[in-house]
Design a protein around this ligand. Structure first.
Ligand SMILES: Cc1cc2nc3c(=O)[nH]c(=O)nc-3n(C[C@H](O)[C@H](O)[C@H](O)COP(=O)(O)OP(=O)(O)OC[C@H]3O[C@@H](n4cnc5c(N)ncnc54)[C@H](O)[C@@H]3O)c2cc1C
Length: 338
């Protein structure tokens, strides 16, 4: 079993990517981090005529952006009804619309740059993990109809930003390619699936017909990859007993940037703009907020709802998220009870 992401193993980065180790003497905008957020902000700024440098500590896209499940779904990590309750219907609609626009934006970028990434609008399915969760999903569906509603690698470079984002681990396993009959049985429409637990599981088939299964049973960022693959495989075979004994080929992890209100944020600290906090739901939203950031910095946009909500932290959290083991136990208990 390989303990690195399936995606970069199957589709290695081209050796001739135009990267530079020399820092330019002057740029209009320097961007720290080359995931979706950083690259999308850079794209917009460069289009507006600014000179831009993207600074990356590892290699391009090294963080969550090359480690995720590849599932672009609407909405934000925080539930929409809670968002409406907290920020009111007007802002609530803006946040929902942004999450839908984010998927169109992602599609536009894939088309404009002819990115060969098996993009498809396959739909997604939210699965009630327990019978008692079903009524919540039903009322959510009714509520959506009635409305017509359409990062975790932050370090101490900005000490005032660190306490606003909690790095949380997310883990994935991938099986060997499955027979086409088994693929049709497990996912006839090749949709993206996630369930309703706090310790969420999500799954999909990869373009070459493997089962990709993700989740966590712990919030730590450094769970051993053999150990995490055993936990994930047990979850997988509990749902799909047909996959008992199917060998795993990959097991990897990445960090999510989770916020205390589960909302993504745009802001400015000590003169530096940031966008983060997708809380595990960032494939399209990070693309969107990175783009928003570029538009705000270059003056092509004056406001963003993601910059207008308070970005909370808690007392005594500065660097080490000491509360995560307690939070893990608490959420496991809630999942067990409810
Ligand atoms: C296992 C996993 C599965 C996921 N699955 C999904 C999914 O299916 N759907 C979905 O919507 N979202 C998913 N996500 C979340 C999604 O991948 C992220 O929200 C998104 O990629 C965040 O993009 P980003 O550009 O903000 O951060 P990242 O892609 O993490 O990029 C941050 C970059 O900053 C660099 N960096 C940090 N500090 C410095 C520094 N001081 N100097 C230079 N460089 C620095 C890091 O090396 C890193 O490359 C998943 C995440 C994980 C980890």
């Amino acid at each position: 079993m390989i303990t690195s992401p399936f995606w970069t193993d199957q589709f290695p980065r081209p050796a001739d990517l135009p990267v530079s180790t020399e820092l330019p003497s002057h740029v209009d905008v320097a961007i720290v981090g080359s995931g979706y957020t950083g690259l999308c902000a850079a794209r917009v700024l460069a289009k507006s005529g600014a000179s831009v440098a993207v600074l990356e500590r590892e290699t391009i896209g090294w963080g969550a952006s090359s480690r995720n499940g590849g599932m672009a779904t609407p909405g934000l990590k925080q539930g929409l009804s809670k968002i409406y309750k907290k920020y009111g219907p007007e802002k609530g609609r803006e946040f929902w619309q942004a999450s839908v626009d984010a998927i169109d934006l992602l599609e536009d970028i894939v088309r404009e740059h002819a990115i060969d990434c098996d993009w498809s609008r396959s739909g997604h399915v939210a699965l009630a993990a327990k019978e008692s969760h079903l009524s919540d999903l039903e009322s959510y569906a009714d509520w959506i109809k009635s409305e017509l509603a359409t990062n975790g690698y932050t370090d101490r470079t900005l000490p005032r930003l660190k306490p606003k984002v909690i790095p949380v681990g997310s883990y994935i396993i991938v099986t060997e390619p499955l027979s086409s009959e088994l693929q049709d049985e497990l996912s006839p429409k090749r949709r993206m699936y996630y369930d309703t637990k706090r310790f969420i599981n999500y799954f999909r088939l990869t373009p070459d017909g493997r089962m990709l299964w993700g989740g966590r049973n712990d919030l730590s960022v450094d769970l051993d990859l053999e150990e995490s693959s055993a936990i994930l495989q047990a979850q997988l075979t509990a749902v799909f007993p047909q996959l008992e004994g199917v060998p795993l080929t990959h097991s990897w992890s990445g960090r999510l940037g989770v916020t205390f209100d589960l909302m993504p944020h745009i802001g400015k600290v000590d003169g530096v703009w940031y966008a983060n906090g997708y809380s595990g739901h960032g494939l399209s939203i990070a693309t969107y907020l990175g783009t928003e950031l570029g538009l705000l910095i270059s003056g092509q946009k004056e406001r963003s709802p993601f910059a207008e909500i308070p970005h909370q932290t808690i007392l005594f959290y500065r660097n080490r998220p000491w509360f995560l083991p307690f939070a893990s136990r608490y959420y496991r208990l809630l999942d067990w009870i409810n």
